[in-house]
Design a protein around this ligand. Sequence first.
Ligand code: SF4
Ligand code: SF4
Length: 222
Amino acid sequence: MITAERKPMEEIIGSVSPYRRILLVGCNECVTVCAAGGRKEVGLLASALKMHFAKEGNPVEIEEVTLERQCDPEYVEELLPRMDQADAVLSMACGCGAQEVARRYKEKPVFPAVNTRFMGASERQGVWAERCAGCGNCVLGITAGVCPIARCSKQLLNGPCGGSTSGKCEVDPDIDCAWQLIWDRLKALGMQERYEDNIPAKDWRTGRGGGPRRIVREDLAS
Ligand code: SF4
Ligand code: SF4
């Protein structure tokens, strides 16, 4: 899923302070799972903002709504009846959702209330970790299911650097060395000989190196 964290309150307050009628929009998907921008977080942020501006003697109206998905035009359209009453939109979705709202409602300023972080998985309650960098040409099949692009700090494709120590990455001892994880998995699978295979230099054009990307499915495109 896409992970996100709520921005600091001071930053959010600064972005919406010129406006008196704010449409606060959450998303029911990834940001709900990572507790950053779902219905509950929309309610908490709305209360905090109302309290802040009321204390300043400058009350605001905040309308709360949480869409099924904010990155999908079909659901973003549901905001239309509320837009006339809004001076600005505060989006609690990831950057994809916030951009979709901005694209659809060109006349309204849209501000992000969260910082979008990475594609990750839940490690345990309240902890998410990066797992995929969307490189566009997945190598998990030859790295025993551990991603060296997202999980190795140097994105090394052919074994660890010299900084790997006791299974930890030299960048931060709290980070597992991706290549240690790959080796451990290869051993567990009895596939150690794979470690000798040379992974060719990666063609980064399928990743961000090729500029903004699109997927066009001719069988589905209208
Ligand atoms: S190899 Fe690429 S697509 Fe596969 S998990 Fe890693 S970053 Fe994601
Ligand atoms: S210590 Fe491991 S994870 Fe860290 S940069 Fe080196 S090879 Fe990559």
